[in-house]
Design a protein around this ligand. Structure first.
Ligand code: C2E
Ligand code: CA
Ligand code: CA
Ligand code: CA
Length: 283
């Protein structure tokens, strides 16, 4: 039994080392990724209750020269740990700005682009906060751009660990006409007090809840409650991960304002986004 335990420990520490080495290697590879142009963005349509596209969410992809396509869940947290997310995030904003111009030419000026922003980008830890924020704000606040087309998606986690600079960043968004969406809503522990303090424009119901809508009554009442609460607080609701007609019907019934998911479209390249059929009306 003792031998067996020791083997388990050995195997465990070996696995840990493998994970650690992989992480170190990824962080090393991330250094070249921007200069080698290995990142690109894909865009997922967000539709209103009539099925009309009103926004696109920008999602990053990493085409690694040897490892192939790497999903953000596999590298964003490492980029956050190493601080590289600051540089990557700045690239995302630049790219999103370019995409917004193209998308507006195709869809009109009311369309928006929604960008995921890591807490690290908004907080003070790296000392780069002002750079990021000022570049973000100037990027999206040129007078000729008219109505601001940017939605910043943040996570609940951010609201609970607010430092002074993040707080003022969030308040600054409002002045500049940038909208804020609270991502992954329902997975964290944010209280209503946090949300009410920061003038959040959208709550995004996490896909784990949307996907249980078909069969779990607890999920049904949760979605219903989130939507009615959000509306009472003057926020709109975006449901993510909508895959089936059944989920769609329930969300529409409960008054959900915007919908996003494979039912409508997977995230697509900019060229495809520009021609994505925008009049796919709901019945
Ligand atoms: P998220 O912001 O919650 O994005 C939604 C994720 O759900 C995306 O995964 C999207 O492709 C996926 N999704 C959309 N519709 C469906 C559906 O109907 N079914 C299923 N099963 N999945 C769906 P993705 O693109 O792999 O991104 C994962 C996470 O990585 C994002 O979660 C976000 O937290 C992060 N991320 C992506 N791009 C960026 C970025 O540019 N910056 C930062 N900081 N984080 C990013
Ligand atoms: Ca998001
Ligand atoms: Ca989510
Ligand atoms: Ca997420």
């Amino acid at each position: 039994a003792k031998q067996c335990g020791r083997d388990t420990v050995r195997r465990f520490s070996k696995e840990l080392n493998v994970a650690l080495l992989q992480k170190i290697e990824l962080i090393k590879d991330l250094r070249q990724a921007i200069t080698n142009k290995e990142f690109y963005l894909v865009y997922q349509p967000i539709v209103n209750r009539k099925g009309v596209v009103t926004k696109f969410e920008a999602l990053i992809r990493w085409q690694h020269p040897e490892k192939g396509l790497i999903a953000p869940d596999q590298f964003i947290r490492f980029a956050e740990e190493s601080g590289q997310i600051v540089q990557i995030g700045a690239w995302v904003i630049e790219e999103a700005k370019y995409a917004l111009q193209k998308i507006r030419q195709a869809y009109g000026r009311d369309i928006q682009i929604s960008v995921n922003v890591s807490p690290i980008q908004l907080s003070n830890h790296q000392g780069n906060t002002c750079d990021f924020l000022s570049s973000l704000l100037t990027t999206f606040c040129e007078p000729e751009q008219g109505k601001n087309g940017l939605v910043v998606e943040i996570t609940e986690h951010l609201l609970m660990n607010l430092d002074e600079s993040t707080r003022s960043a969030l308040l600054g968004f409002r002045e500049k006409g940038i909208q804020v969406a609270l991502d992954d809503f329902g997975t964290g522990y944010s209280s209503l007090a946090y949300i009410m303090n920061y003038d959040i424009d959208y709550l995004k119901i996490d896909k784990t809840f949307v996907q249980k809508l078909d069969d779990e009554s607890s999920s049904i009442s949760l979605c219903e409650a989130i939507i009615s609460m959000a509306h009472k607080l003057n926020m709109s609701v975006i449901a993510e991960g909508v895959e089936t007609e059944e989920q769609l019907d329930l969300l529409i019934e409960y008054g959900c304002d915007y919908l996003q998911g494979y039912y409508f479209s997977k995230p697509i390249l900019l060229g495809e986004a520009l021609t994505y059929c925008q009049d796919k009306q709901l019945k």
